[in-house]
Design a protein around this ligand. Structure first.
Ligand code: GDP
Length: 248
């Protein structure tokens, strides 16, 4: 009979583990509420619990993905209210995870201010936030990786914050084209020290990959797993990512 630690250390990524998939389903069904918006570093909420930030070029499908993850419409809507698009929006998910919606970057007509935000406040947030466990960096699977995406990956390397690439809009690709895209992005990821080695393919339109992403993020969350999941799987009540989150 293996110890719970051995079970959790087994080499099964959360995205493929029935236990984490179920824990993810339950966590992302929990209440999710905007509790803070920050336009300046001095306005960040107090450090508490694990944060996961979502970043991507404007139009990459970030709002749709956040909606699909949480099974709601209101998350994205509040982030897009006037005045909120240039700030960090903090959402509490079931008291166990904070989802941080970052401003979209790389929009061709973006004002200098938005570009300056990413070099300034966003970088400082990424670099100086001990509770930030991971950045989910979205790339549109249907178009090539842009210079702005490469710039943000460099910035994440410099900030030494682990980032995981999530491909969006994969419903637009045939399986062979998606496989090629994944190989191309995997090769790119290998050149970035702060990149998490695995990437996930998603479609907010069809729901493809959404449970897998929920599972990955749930494995980083705080506090007890839902009792049913813990009991069934013999998992310890406090999840751990087994050190996978560290940047080397
Ligand atoms: P954001 O600017 O990154 O928040 O992007 P949105 O979520 O507003 O999406 C931008 C556009 O892409 C919209 O027209 C969406 O309908 C579309 N979109 C988002 N996700 C998907 C997807 O999974 N599949 C497809 N086909 N279109 C998507």
């Amino acid at each position: 009979m293996p110890a719970p630690e051995d079970i959790i250390a087994a080499d099964i990524p959360p995205s493929e583990s029935p236990t984490w998939l179920e824990a993810g389903r339950l966590l992302f069904a929990a209440e999710c509420q905007l509790f803070y918006g920050a336009q300046k570093l001095e306005q960040l909420p107090p450090l508490a619990g694990t944060e996961i930030a979502f970043a991507g070029r404007s139009n990459v499908g970030k709002s749709s993905l956040l909606n699909a993850l949480t099974g709601r419409n209101h998350l994205a809507r509040v982030s897009q209210e006037p005045g909120r698009t240039r700030q960090l929006n903090f959402f509490d998910l079931g008291g166990r995870l904070t989802l941080v919606d970052m401003p979209g970057y790389g929009y061709a007509r973006a004002s200098k201010d938005i570009k300056a935000d990413w070099q300034g406040m966003m970088f400082n947030y990424l670099r100086g936030r001990p509770t930030l466990r991971r950045v989910v960096l979205l790339l549109d699977s249907r178009i090539e990786v842009k210079q702005a995406d490469r710039d943000v990956m460099d910035l994440l390397d410099r900030a030494a914050v682990t980032f995981m690439i999530v491909l969006t809009k994969t419903d637009g690709l045939k399986p062979a084209a998606l496989a090629r895209k994944q190989q191309e992005v995997e090769a790119l990821v290998r050149t970035h020290p702060a990149a998490f080695p695995r990437l996930l393919a998603t479609s907010s339109e069809t729901g493809f990959g959404i449970p897998a992403l929920r599972a990955e993020l749930t494995a980083l969350s705080d506090g007890p797993l839902p009792a049913t999941v813990s009991a069934e799987a013999g998992l310890p009540m406090t999840p751990t990512d087994g050190g996978r989150n560290s940047v080397v």
